[in-house]
Design a protein around this ligand. Sequence first.
Ligand code: XMP
Length: 496
Amino acid sequence: MFSDKLNKAPEGFTFDDFLLVPSISNIEPKDVDTRSRVSRSYSLNIPIVSSAMDTVSEGEMAIALAQEGGLGVIHRNMTIKEQVAEVEKVKRSEDLTIRDVITTSPESSIREANALMDIEDVSGLPVVENEKIIGIISRRDIQPIINSDAHRNVREFMTEEVVTISESTTPEEALDIAYDNKVERLPVVQNNRIVGIVTIRDILECKKHPHAVRDKDGRFLVAAATGPFDLERAIALDNAGADIIAMDVAHAHKPSIIESAKKMKENIQADLLVGNIATGEAAEAIISGADVDGLKVGIGPGSICTTRIIAGVGVPQLTAISSVADVARDHGVPVIADGGLRYSGDVAKAIAVGADSVMLGSLLAGTTESPGDVVIMNGRKFKQYRGMGSLGAMTGGSGAGTDRYFQEVKGPMKHAKLVPEGVEGVVPFKGPANEVIFQLMGGLKASMGYCGAINIKEMWEKSRFVRITSSGMTESHPHDLMITNESPNYPTTRLM
Ligand code: XMP
């Protein structure tokens, strides 16, 4: 009966349909533990993952997230070589040893050494003769003599007693050595030859991020996206050191994709995330067909998505997350709730219905670390944000959006032959990502305090919901005043 399709259809709910109910609690927000799994092998210190989108996640965003304890997924709208370079950028970002050491010779003039420091933007140069380090000259040595003795040789003014370290010196030991000897940079020497240089500034910078997430070698954790059938890309990213590969497709509940995921998993060391899906049946099919390490949930909830309008397909996001989590939890497979989150309260609700972590597009777009330039319109700053199924994304870069949405276009007039499932626009410029993350985590911790949950597992088990009406939601937002001071976690310029 056709009418049964409607009459027996289940209801689907999303973030604004429910509120979390405050429970008896002796939990203070500052005490909660937000660690959570993102894949079978990796845990994050904060359950935040950035979207694999070309206006959200490249190396810079992945570094910013890893520093805070989250994870960036490098987008794939670029060549394999470019994407590999972004992964390597993240992996190398905390390599304290600068390998490209700029050196000078003892016979160079002070003028030449000074010019070299200006060009390379460094404040000191090791002095090398016959491939051996024989001294070091810094701006401090040069400054008093640059006007009077610029023609004289570096040899005459360099410090001859160079304090060096070896490859095996730890950052802590290097810091002690630098402080004891009152030097700012330490050449790394092997068999008397200089192989690198370590600066105190870099060691201190690294210590600023106590919650950072790292691999077994101490490098930042990073994920990267690949197409549903792009084994070559997956292998290249794996070889480049990506810890997690995210197979990125609009509809992963397909036998051909499950088969491809199985093959991909067998060919890589990294963990494999597969998505997107929105039902328990999809979770069951993927988990039983391929040994995946995580599932990503969300068909059409994203702020830039038009799938639900163009195809008429989707599942409201809280229902989708809970349906997938019901199945995934039984198999020990982590769930990432992807798309549709607008406030920190949405992060809490997504976790409460079973997500291990959340993937954010619009909330992280417009930050300093997202790709693209700041544009000024009507006196306010904005950055571009676009769907990967938008015309711009599908026809730009490597055209990753086309296979995400199962489209193939060859020859001229590409635009006319594509059916977009996303839009292009701008979001307000938000400043550094760590400030956005601070507010999101503050909101999540407050929520856990209200729910009496000390950690994510207790949030799954203890939190309860109340279903609300649209008047309940109207009451929830600020009302009956004109907001005069914009709050960092509640933007007053709702764009749409
Ligand atoms: P938010 O709401 O955080 O959503 O901006 C980001 C997520 O949206 C998905 N995505 C798309 N979905 N058409 C879609 O239907 C698109 O063009 C598109 N681009 C991205 C993706 O899962 C992302 O993480």
